[in-house]
Design a protein around this ligand. Structure first.
Ligand code: CP
Length: 311
């Protein structure tokens, strides 16, 4: 594997290998291991044209904990703000001899395009409304760990996952639908008609706008953020209507079956797509997703950069 551009490119075996290696990146107390020599001498650049807290910092930690050197470049403060093109920016960083470029950009397909310009491995950290592959990998990793923690098999085959929220603007939903399908889980996409991606009914999953009818039966309620920053035409329905129909409120939390968990990639809009009682519930795996993110990104960097050991 040279690049990680999307879940669409990965086989089930490659996904299983990445997840298995991520498990090995945890210590006996289930925290990511903080120093391994595997990538000594390698250099990873985080190139973010959009804001990030979790993805950027966890890729930086993952690189450092594998003994690689890591630097962060953001559009603000770089020569991008002077008008330098994306291609010239990428070729400039590549000319410094870096081994991997972790890139987030608002353009769908931008990371795949960049992969054609550089010698380094490209890793998609979120490209527009297309994919966010490491998010889907870390989500699966965290769900599996939750299942084991309650004494159940961690096999996702046959599990039911509801992905609810602003699916129109989400790259996370696309990567998760692909990954969960490859691992045999069944997915229902839940959103108001105005926040469904065009052609959602062709994605091979169930689609509904009735959250209450599906929630009691799911193993995972994955709540996605309302992305106001991508809504130039305003937010429809209203916030009140959205909460009434799609928010994971305390009332809806009580309707979930025992053992079911709550996931959210973050950042959260507390009080909108998810209430504080749900976000902070014992069944919430939101912070486990964050720690899973470091282990999964260590696995991805290892497989891309550690030579013949790659998946
Ligand atoms: N989930 C996620 O991608 O979070 P950040 O935007 O903070 O990286």
């Amino acid at each position: 594997m040279k690049h990680l551009l999307g879940i669409a490119d990965l086989s089930r075996n490659e996904i299983e290998t990445l997840l298995a290696t991520a498990e090995e990146m945890h210590d006996v107390q289930s925290r990511p291991i903080k120093k391994l020599p595997a990538l000594r001498g390698r250099t990873v650049v985080n190139l973010f044209f959009e804001d990030s807290t979790r993805t950027r910092s966890s890729f930086e930690l993952a690189a450092k904990w594998l003994s690689a050197d890591a630097i962060n470049v953001s559009a603000k403060g770089s020569s991008v703000s002077k008008g330098e093109s994306m291609r010239d920016t990428l070729m400039t960083l590549d000319a410094m001899g870096v081994d991997a470029i972790v890139m987030r950009h608002a353009g769908s397909g931008s990371v795949a395009q960049a992969a054609g310009w550089v010698r380094a491995s490209m890793i998609n950290a979120g490209d527009g409304m297309h994919e966010h592959p490491t998010q889907a990998l870390l989500d699966a990793h965290a769900i599996r760990r939750h299942l084991r923690s309650i004494g159940q098999s961690d096999d996702l085959a046959g599990r039911r996952v509801a992905i609810t929220g602003d699916l129109l603007h989400s790259r996370v939903v696309r990567s998760n639908v692909l990954l969960l399908g490859k691992l045999g889980a069944s997915v229902v996409m839940v959103a108001p008609p105005t926040l469904l991606p065009p052609g959602a009914e062709t994605w091979g999953v169930d689609v509904t706008s009735d959250f209450d009818s599906v929630l009691p039966d799911v193993d995972v309620a994955m709540m996605l953020r309302v992305q106001r920053e991508r809504m130039s035409g305003g937010f429809f329905p209203s916030e009140r209507e959205y909460i009434d129909g799609y928010g994971l409120t305390a009332r809806r939390l009580a309707s979930m079956k025992p053992g079911a968990c709550i996931a959210h990639p973050g950042p959260l809009n507390r009080g909108l797509e998810i209430s504080s009682p749900a976000a902070d519930a014992a069944s919430s795996i939101i912070l486990d997703q964050v720690s899973s993110g470091v282990a999964v990104r260590m696995s991805v960097l290892y497989h891309l950069l550690a030579g013949d050991a790659g998946a």
